[in-house]
Design a protein around this ligand. Structure first.
Ligand code: F6P
Length: 324
């Protein structure tokens, strides 16, 4: 392997830049060339490449977003699209690529590897932390800190007005952000996709909170929760059933995906980038690099895509006890 490409794909997450930097500098350390691919797989199809060296990634370890831009490419989901991408890689004499992204991006890489026997390596980048084969995905720790900071601020105004706040956080299919940031910020209730706590239980718990003399309450809701109502319908329902509460809704949205990466995410990105390139140089392919028991470890891409991450049920109990 003499030339490795790197791309970011799917939803961005803080720490992607630190991972790009790590891939580029590890290539340089081992005297091989590195090429950045812009706009994910779409840029691969269009040959939107740029040679990168150690100096072209200076001052990005601390930056949110991705300097290579990201995209979700429909064309790459077709055989024709992938063939075009393959031709572009061959034309540019690229021998392998590292894709930083989530399970959709890994699925693309996995199929591509099968079709063209092209060496690929994945680095998990998503704030949702829903990838099998790693305790942490890039951006998750930063997003947790962002959410906790926001909820702390919401708590100030909530308690000044004796209000109940529903705070919606990201997590289409996974409750890791809601559960951990919820506990970190002292939420009274946490609603997640993995568990249907039921409307009646929520209402009962809020009634108890009021009776226990709490001046304000925060309910953290993952966007993919199973309660069957969106956050605004939930507000109406609770106001109708608990008139003693004045409810406000705060949807945190994409701010959770931005911002400077935490130290944890920067170190994680640096470690995963080194391992991704060095694994390719050792002849390995079709793996994701992740953290297992605090050590960098490889998981077959297919397993990373198919495997389910579990929420830690102990956290549900901790949350319940903390909100007594
Ligand atoms: O995949 C990460 C994620 O943050 C999800 O939790 C969320 O539903 C989604 O991205 C939203 O992404 P976009 O607005 O880019 O489609």
């Amino acid at each position: 392997i003499k030339k490795v490409a790197v791309l970011t794909s799917g939803g961005d997450s803080p720490g992607m830049n630190a991972a790009i930097r790590s891939v580029v500098r590890t290539c340089s350390f081992h005297n091989i060339q590195c090429v950045g691919i812009y706009r994910g797989y779409q840029g691969m199809i269009e040959g939107d490449f740029k040679e990168m060296g150690p100096r072209s990634v200076h001052n990005i370890v601390n930056k949110g977003g991705t300097v290579l831009k990201s995209a979700r490419s429909k064309e790459f989901m077709t055989v024709e699209g992938r063939k075009k991408a393959y031709d572009e890689l061959i034309k540019a004499e690229i021998d392998a690529f590292v894709v930083i992204g989530g399970d959709g991006s890994f699925t693309g890489a996995e199929i591509f590897n099968k079709e063209f026997k092209f060496p690929v390596m994945g680095i998990p980048g998503t704030i949702d932390n829903d990838i099998f084969g790693t305790s942490h995905t890039l951006g998750y720790d930063t997003a947790l800190n962002t959410v906790v900071e926001c909820i702390d601020k919401i708590r100030d105004t909530a308690s000044s007005h004796n209000r109940l706040f529903f705070v919606e956080v990201m997590g289409r299919d996974a409750g890791h952000i809601a559960l951990n940031a919820g506990i970190g910020a002292g939420a009274e209730e946490i609603l997640i996709p993995e568990e249907d706590l039921g409307l009646e239980r929520l209402v009962e718990s809020l009634r108890k909170s009021k009776a226990a003399g709490k001046s304000s309450s925060i309910v953290v809701i993952a966007e993919g929760d199973k309660i069957g109502k969106n956050v605004f319908e939930l507000k109406d329902y609770v106001e109708a059933n608990l008139p003693e509460y004045e409810v406000r809704v705060s949807v945190l949205g994409h701010m959770q995906r931005g911002g400077a990466p935490s130290c944890y995410d920067r170190v994680l990105a640096s470690r995963l980038g080194v391992k991704a390139v060095e694994s390719l140089l050792e002849g390995k392919s079709n793996f994701m690099v992740g953290m297992i028991n605090d050590k960098v470890a490889l998981t077959p891409l297919l397993q990373a895509i198919k495997g389910k991450t579990e929420i830690d049920r102990e956290l549900l109990r901790v949350s319940e006890i903390m909100s007594v």
